[in-house]
Design a protein around this ligand. Structure first.
Ligand code: ADP
Ligand code: MG
Length: 250
């Protein structure tokens, strides 16, 4: 099950006019592949994730999550889709200080109707998958930054999402830990079959991606130059191509 953005335009109110955050963006992310998104600050990367997450409704275009065209859904159905099909990892882990790593994952499944035993088993399995089996009972302050980010990632996978959206997960980590988190996300994407979109500043990590796209002034282009290039089965990018656009809001 994949993620599809089709000709998506998003604007925000800006004084008397509108600011175009996403300009006719089309992107297909097949299941089990990781697309990295790079671009200057203010270019629209987080807006792209917000639209894909159904947290923001675009002015125009289609967002299809695991076969569901989200344009037809009301707020409750979107919330349901987010809970069941979309995993979101933000830059800061936003873990609850009073809960252990295991409990952070368990609360995610609170509304899912699954049996507590099954929820606990899945949480433990995921903590193992992110190499935190021995830390299940630690609270956030007892974990390192990299470990907290791994709890964050495991939590996002708790409800078996089809789509995994990750915003600058390595920006608070040193290079080595950042590389480890990237490798982990690439592995989990393949293992769990998620359609993963990952925003990153760190170009050193792009080799882990099946594909890299650049956002500039809200427009999407395929990353040129050295790198792995689009892998077999990776999606296609269409839409206007721009070059040399000035950075708006660094
Ligand atoms: P990036 O993640 O690449 O830094 P964003 O997607 O956050 O970029 O922002 C893209 C543009 O949209 C920027 O000019 C930003 O100021 C603007 N923007 C983002 N969110 C909002 C909002 N909620 N209201 C108004 N403008 C916004
Ligand atoms: Mg951002």
């Amino acid at each position: 099950m994949s993620l599809l953005l089709d000709d998506v335009t998003l604007t925000y109110p800006d004084g008397d006019g509108r600011l175009t955050a996403l300009d006719a963006v089309s992107l297909t992310v097949p299941a089990g592949t990781l697309t990295a998104v790079v671009g200057p600050s203010g270019s629209g990367k987080s807006s792209l994730l917000a639209v894909a997450a159904t947290l923001v409704t675009p002015d125009r275009g289609r967002v299809v999550v695991a076969g569901t065209d989200t344009g037809t859904l009301g707020p409750a159905a979107k919330a349901e889709l987010r809970r069941g099909r979309i995993g979101i990892v933000f830059q800061q882990p936003n873990l609850l200080p009073s809960l252990s790593a295991l409990e952070q994952l368990q609360v995610m499944a609170h509304l899912s109707g699954r049996r507590p035993r099954a929820v606990r088993d899945r949480a433990l399995e995921l903590l193992d998958a992110v190499d935190l089996a021995g830390q299940a009972h630690r609270r956030p302050h007892q974990l390192s930054g990299g470990q907290r980010q791994r709890v964050n990632i495991a939590r996002a996978l708790m409800n078996e999402p089809a789509v995994l959206l990750v915003d600058e997960p390595t920006s608070a980590l040193d290079h080595e830990r950042g590389a480890a988190v990237m490798a982990l996300l690439a592995r989990l994407t393949e293992e769990r079959g998620t359609a993963t979109v990952l925003v990153t500043h760190d170009r050193a990590h792009l080799g882990r991606a099946d594909r890299t796209v650049t956002v500039r002034d809200g427009r999407l282009t395929e990353e040129a130059g050295p790198g792995p290039g689009p892998g077999p089965g990776a999606g296609t990018v269409t839409g206007p191509v721009v070059g040399g656009a000035a950075d708006l809001t660094v």
